[in-house]
Design a protein around this ligand. Sequence first.
Ligand code: ZN
Length: 141
Amino acid sequence: MIGNNKDKHFLILEKGEKIMASLVEHAKMNGIDGAEVTGIGAINQVEIGVYHLENKQYEKKHFGAEVFELISMDGNISLKENTPFPHIHASLGRENFSVLGGHMFEAEVFVTCEICVTPTSGVPIRNYCEAIGLHLIDREG
Ligand code: ZN
């Protein structure tokens, strides 16, 4: 179910839906080129990573069946190569109440996921930065 008003969009995802793919689809359907994104819920099939600047590679880790509380999902949507691109970080809670987290590549909703997408007034644009090895938001944009 997707609901929204003119200032904020509530994106309510159900069990089995993919978070990152849903964010891209929602942004495309609603013409959102820039936004702040926050969310909470419960998820599994999580793939997160940490970036190593020395080799310009993400170290990725996939957690299959383990279910996490999505304590906090925080990030943004910008334009990368003319397509909405979500950049999301997440804090994940385990059954023993410990927390891990990282840069989110994808995750599946296990119970629900309540995401708030707040469009920005400007359009943040990502360009490739050779020195960093990533598409960074253009500060002049
Ligand atoms: Zn990141």
